[in-house]
Design a protein around this ligand. Structure first.
Ligand SMILES: [Zn+2]
Length: 362
């Protein structure tokens, strides 16, 4: 598919699909071997560095891992290559001489992971055939895989022991005809406020889940704690996917504030959870906008809660001590503001100013 179009017409996306549970045993076994290959690369790379003071590339590893499949490692040679290449990339990225070992057993067990190359994967009659795994993999195909050219990726386990396949696919870029521009203020109280006055709240769920999490942690119920973590993560992702897709469908340009939650939230737990959620949401919006031809920009949001979006006077609530003030009236022009919607309107205003050409302002 889409092989005749030029690369600039395409964007790369990752599709994530749940594999059926019946494959868990074989995937766990393959993951065990993937860990052995990873650890072998880790050790070898470290030894070479100690001896020769240089680092091995993915290509260098190939010499050493060649023939491992034939010598009894039950992984396809392409998978072994994908693991060593991934190791080389990660080592470089983290600027370390040695990475963490991948552990196959016990409480510090690494979640299962098996990378693969594009050539190792084939889609046939609703199932995936993976080189090195005998039985075809059944999955919940909510994307309609048959319409994509499948690229490289990985099979990965989540904290609840569910297995997913992440596949990169190339998608043809479309050009959005929507003209609405929207500013987004990510918040502590609600998830987001928009320049058109709407708000989105999903935090209710976390409060409930956080309570259950605290109870489980106090009772030292490890399995339950993991399950709740995974559930929060999945629910959040699902929610953000729906919200970002809807926004991208309606908009010609999207602007979002660049601030992280760390400076705002009070407890360490809340801020890390929020930070992760916010950056994930920004990333999603970004790639969906690219794919749909929608303008996307992160905007400096300093003073966005203090400036009046109507008359631009800095007359609003200030800093942390005024965080509790949800609504205010501008002293200068008398406009009554919702704190977060006003911030979203300022973000939109600043975003518009960054547009060099083109999108009509509505
Ligand atoms: Zn004003």
């Amino acid at each position: 598919m889409a092989k005749d179009s030029s690369p600039s017409d395409e964007v790369v996306r990752v599709i994530r699909l749940r594999l059926k549970d019946k494959h868990a045993a074989i995937l766990r076994e393959k993951s065990f071997w993937a860990n052995q290959v990873w650890n072998y690369c880790n050790e070898l790379s470290y030894k070479v560095w100690q001896r020769e003071r240089h680092f091995m590339s993915g290509f260098d590893f190939a010499k050493y891992t060649k023939g491992a499949s034939k010598a009894g490692v039950p992984l396809h040679s392409q998978t072994i290559q994908a693991i060593s290449e991934e190791f080389a990339v990660r080592r470089k990225q983290f600027k370390k001489v040695k990475l963490r070992w991948r552990v196959s057993k016990g409480s510090r067990r690494s979640l299962g992971w098996i990378p693969f190359k594009a050539s190792a994967l084939q889609y046939r009659n609703g199932q995936l055939k993976m080189s090195g795994i005998d039985a075809p993999l059944s999955l919940w195909d909510s994307y309609g895989l048959s319409q994509y050219a499948l690229g490289a990726g990985s099979i990965a386990e989540d904290a609840r022991g569910r297995w997913y396949i992440n596949i990169t696919v190339k998608v043809k870029k479309t050009v959005s005809t929507a003209t609405k521009m929207i500013g987004i203020d990510l918040g502590l109280k609600e998830f987001a406020a928009f320049s058109d006055g709407k708000k989105e709240d999903c935090q209710q769920f976390y409060r409930l889940a956080e309570h259950r999490l605290a109870v489980a942690q106090r009772a030292k119920k490890k399995k339950l704690t993991r399950a709740i973590h995974a559930k929060i993560k999945n629910r959040r992702k699902d929610y953000q996917h729906k919200l970002s897709t809807a926004l991208v469908e309606q908009s010609g340009a999207i602007f979002i504030g660049n601030v992280n939650a760390s400076g705002l939230a009070k407890t360490t737990m809340a801020k890390s959870v929020l930070d992760a959620g916010w950056s994930q949401f920004r990333t999603m919006l970004n790639y969906k906008c690219i794919g749909a031809g929608v303008w996307f920009e992160e905007v400096n949001e300093a003073y966005s809660t203090q400036d009046c979006s109507v008359c631009k006077t800095r007359s609003g609530p200030k800093g942390l001590k005024d965080l509790g003030i949800r609504e205010w009236t501008c002293k200068e022009c008398g406009t009554h503001h919702d704190r977060d919607v006003n911030a979203a309107r300022n973000i939109l205003r600043r975003g518009r100013a960054t547009l060099a050409v083109g999108i009509p302002v509505v």
